[in-house]
Design a protein around this ligand. Structure first.
Ligand SMILES: Nc1ncnc2c1ncn2[C@@H]1O[C@H](COP(=O)(O)OP(=O)(O)O)[C@@H](O)[C@H]1O
Ligand SMILES: Cc1ncsc1CCOP(=O)(O)O
Ligand SMILES: [Mg+2]
Length: 271
């Protein structure tokens, strides 16, 4: 698919989001949770957030996609994530995992690997360091932030092959791999890294798009959208606070008028 074909697909995805209002079951962290709920609504999806094991299977059954983000783990939340992951696999629900802080502690590394063992996830979306470490490449993490990840592109391909899913590594350049190709996108703005939760927000957009389209297109569309809206938002902003607000407003406006989006171009890397 060339960029022109992709952009037509992206516009269709956003139009369908508004029409179908998919319900996205978020099992996410206490930092980004309310932002993710607001963002889901802004792009035309419906959010439901819960980390309670006793309703996890039922919520998967009524939702259109599942997002599992391990950012602030708790004993009960982890139990609920396994219930939901197994149910999503059983029912064939689209599911995304955000391995926040993979490699930062042994507990997170072990948890992510056990969740991936459920084989529930069609997309693994992390920052460059998380995906690099999952792919066996060197990287530096500082808590939940990526400090350096020079081999994220290659790692995305490795992760995609190893876990038989779409792998997304975010950063100044985003990489997406389906195990065959590695797509690269340079867009957005460095202020995205000054908003705690910007990676989580990307997860929400991808999970919403996964309810509409195949995981590869969902990932490519979401990152291109985020890159474009960040560039629009920064021009109206004075710092991270107004940028955060303007980002949400730009997302709201763009999904309602996809022809106004100037999609940044994806490159296919020769790896
Ligand atoms: N320096 C940067 N320039 C442009 N976009 C960036 C930059 N850093 C991060 N982003 C974007 O911010 C979003 C979150 O990515 P990232 O900061 O890697 O994730 P996380 O918040 O999970 O650590 C992605 O859309 C990514 O493209
Ligand atoms: C700061 C922080 N600590 C635990 S989860 C979290 C939010 C991480 O959000 P993101 O991965 O989008 O930067
Ligand atoms: Mg993250």
């Amino acid at each position: 698919m060339d960029n022109l074909e992709l952009e037509t697909r992206f516009a269709d995805v956003f139009n369908n989001l508004l029409q179908h209002k998919p319900l996205i079951y978020h099992m996410t962290n206490m930092v980004a949770i309310s932002g993710q709920a607001h963002l889901a609504l802004a792009i035309g999806a419906s959010p439901v957030m819960s980390l309670y094991p006793g309703e996890a299977a039922e919520l998967v059954a009524v939702s259109d996609s599942l997002l599992v983000n391990i950012g602030t783990p708790t004993r009960e939340g982890i139990e609920a994530m396994f219930v939901a992951a197994r149910e999503a696999r059983e029912l064939g629900r689209p599911a995304l995992i955000d391995p926040v802080g993979y490699g930062a502690t042994n507990m997170r590394t072990d948890l992510v690997e056990r969740l991936l063992d459920t084989k529930a996830f069609g997309v693994i979306k992390g920052n460059g360091a998380e995906i690099s470490l999952l792919g066996g490449e060197g990287a530096q993490v500082r808590g939940v932030d990526s400090a350096d990840s020079p081999r994220a592109a290659l790692a995305a391909k490795t992760v995609s092959r190893k876990y038989n899913c779409i792998a997304v590594a975010t950063g100044p350049i985003d990489y997406v791999s389906d195990g065959r190709d590695v797509f690269a996108l340079e867009s957005g703005h460095e202020w995205l890294s000054l908003i705690s939760g910007s990676g989580c927000y990307v997860g929400t957009i991808i999970a919403a798009c996964m309810a509409i389209t195949e995981p590869l297109v969902a990932a490519l569309a979401s990152l291109a959208l985020m890159g474009f809206v960040a560039e629009v938002a920064v021009k109206k902003s004075y710092g991270p606070g107004s940028f955060h607000c303007n980002l949400f407003d730009a997302l709201f406006a763009c999904v309602r008028n996809p022809s106004s989006i100037v999609f940044p171009k994806w490159q296919i890397l020769d790896l």
